[in-house]
Design a protein around this ligand. Structure first.
Ligand SMILES: [Zn+2]
Length: 161
């Protein structure tokens, strides 16, 4: 009769476990991949973000691309230039006050093709494959804001301006 303890993995080291590579923590060596991603973005304007988590195919083989950043209250991070890519993307902006989560605490000017949207609430933006998006300009940050993007690709970040 085996106990739970006996059936548990023998290794307690994260590095020796089969799926440890899929658990991306802030201290993981993901920042090199993030730097490489930024290099791919050299053709367009990019905002200054406090990027702290990155998942992608280089960090975890087979993974899609996810980036998570903070913008701090009072900052002016600049804009993300207009671009398109041959895969869909989800862009999220979340106001950092859990007691007032709907309120973004900033103003977003978002362009989708030739349409302009002004957004002041926490939001998820779905960008279908091939749709030009941007510039995305964020202003008047009165709160810390959590920002993320999910690129539905297992490949590299590649853009068409
Ligand atoms: Zn994009």
């Amino acid at each position: 009769m085996s106990s739970i303890k006996e059936s548990a993995p023998t290794s307690e080291s994260q590095g020796e476990k089969k799926y440890a590579k899929y658990i991306i923590q802030a201290s993981s060596p993901h920042l090199e991949a993030a730097a490489a991603r930024r290099g791919d973005l050299s053709k367009i304007d990019t905002p200054e973000l406090h990027h702290f988590l990155a998942l992608n195919n280089a960090v975890a083989p087979g993974a899609i691309m996810v980036n998570v950043s903070w913008v701090y209250a009072g900052e002016e991070p600049g804009e993300m230039g207009a671009h398109a890519h041959p895969y869909a993307e989800v862009i999220g902006f979340c106001g950092g006050d859990p007691k007032d989560a709907d309120n973004l605490g900033a103003e977003l000017e978002l362009w989708m093709e030739d349409e302009k949207y002004m957004i002041t609430k926490s939001c998820l933006i779905f960008v279908p494959s091939g749709v030009k998006h941007g510039p995305i300009i964020a202003r008047n940050f009165t709160k810390n804001i959590l920002h993320f993007d999910i690129q539905l690709t297992k490949g590299d970040f590649h853009i068409k301006v």
